[in-house]
Design a protein around this ligand. Structure first.
Ligand code: ASP
Ligand code: MG
Length: 406
């Protein structure tokens, strides 16, 4: 008998009818002979509403209290799903993250899972009871309730699948899988039958919104196959699995766009050893996540350094850079918050030359200027003007013929 973890996102438990539909899916998975563990997100936009409420109440929001507040959303879903299952005659018990044995560090609002002690879940399974677990939460080593960061229920589901030795983790969402790009930008975008963990990590890290990045890292590290599909339809979804070395890999699988980026440039930087180290140490100490870095050739001993960051880290980046600038003898700090990063991702890039040229030619034919470039073995990214980002995605999707089926 297989053990499967079924995770239902916010829209999949959005109202009473959707919750009953979730119970039907669970019943069906059991009927065909699986043991099932369910993980749920908060209903619809509950987490956003709770955050808004907190903002209306106070400008001071201690992380411990934010976490206590937000975890209530998933509690509502888990209790209601258990009730819907009871009506179908299925015995189910709800568990908070803490009750499910999810132990995290003490970093409130973005805690990391340190360990899982799934004994209570295991006992429930052994007694034929379906455990329904609140996603996105755990309990810290200091015994406080924590959350795992936005979208964290995916991580809960994959982590539980790993801890319980489940055969797979099925993620139910409002789109039927992972697409070659955002279908709202390119209507011909295609659902992918499968992607490798590595490709999915690049997709999640570079603007794809179907799975939280951390959950994919977890799945890769613990070899948990993920199946992403829609809870609204019965169409097939996308497998996220280990790369199959015997298969020819697609050169490019997906085009992504991350518009929530900004660029900071420090000009007049003395071209000496240690200067970049000081700058990026200062940014690291402010917990800024740097993405791309470009340093120009130096002219008369001075150079410019530009880097990109997530837009919501812009103000702290500016503060850290402005504070540091005089101490290293740099002149000015320039900010550009009108950029977007467009990426092509594919495992086959490793072995196929010419991908870079095709990407640049497609952008140039559309008169889109490339401002910065970065690469990984299976990804090529360009920074472009944000108002040209959608067009860049369209021309790249076409240039690599991603609308054709595999
Ligand atoms: N409810 C949380 C959020 O909206 C966690 C999740 O949905 O995965 O971020
Ligand atoms: Mg969600």
């Amino acid at each position: 008998m297989a053990l499967v973890v079924l995770k239902f996102g916010g829209s999949s438990v959005g109202d009473a009818e959707r919750i009953r539909a979730v119970a039907d899916r669970v019943a069906r998975a059991r009927r065909i002979g699986n043991d099932v563990v369910v993980v749920v997100s908060a209903m619809g936009k509950t987490t956003d509403s709770l955050l808004r409420l907190a903002g209306d109440v106070s400008s001071v929001q201690p992380g411990r209290e934010v976490d206590m507040l937000l975890t209530s959303g998933e509690r509502i879903s888990m209790a209601l799903v258990c009730m819907a299952l009871a009506e179908l005659g299925i015995e189910a018990s709800s568990f908070t993250g803490s009750q499910a044995g999810i132990i995290t560090d003490t970093d409130h609002t973005k805690a990391k899972i340190l360990e899982i002690r799934p004994k209570r879940l295991q006992d429930a399974l052994n007694s034929g009871i379906v455990p329904v677990v609140a996603g996105f939460q755990g309990v810290s080593t200091a015994n406080d309730i924590t959350t795992l960061g936005r979208g964290g229920s995916d991580t809960t589901a994959v982590a539980l699948a790993a801890a319980l030795g489940a055969d797979r983790c099925e993620i139910y969402t409002d789109v039927p899988g992972v697409f070659s790009t955002d279908p709202r930008i390119v209507p011909e975008a295609r659902r992918l039958n499968s992607v490798s963990f590595e490709e999915m990590m690049e997709i999640a890290a570079n603007g794809g919104r179907v799975l939280a990045l951390r959950s994919v890292e977890f799945a890769r590290n613990h070899h948990v196959p993920i199946y992403v599909c829609s809870s609204f339809t019965w169409e097939p979804g996308t497998w996220v699995v280990e790369e199959d070395p015997s298969m020819e890999e697609p050169v490019v699988s997906a085009v992504t766009c991350n518009a929530a980026q900004a660029k900071v440039t420090l000009t007049g930087v003395p071209d000496q050893p240690g200067v970049a180290a000081k700058l990026f140490r200062a940014l690291a100490d402010s917990l800024v996540n740097i993405d791309m870095i470009v340093q120009n050739t130096s002219m008369a001993g001075f150079t410019d350094i530009s880097f990109t960051i997530p837009q919501d880290e812009l103000s702290v980046s500016i503060a850290a850079t402005e504070q540091l600038a005089p101490t290293i003898g740099a002149s000015t700090v320039l900010v550009d918050d009108q950029i977007a990063q467009v990426s092509i991702i594919g495992a086959g890039m490793k072995t196929h030359p010419g991908v870079t040229a095709t990407m640049f030619e497609a952008l140039s034919a559309a008169m889109i200027n490339i401002e910065m470039i970065s690469t990984s073995p299976i990804r090529l990214s360009c920074v472009v003007r944000r108002d040209q980002a959608d067009e860049a995605v369209r021309v790249l999707h076409r240039a690599f013929e991603l609308e054709k089926s595999d």
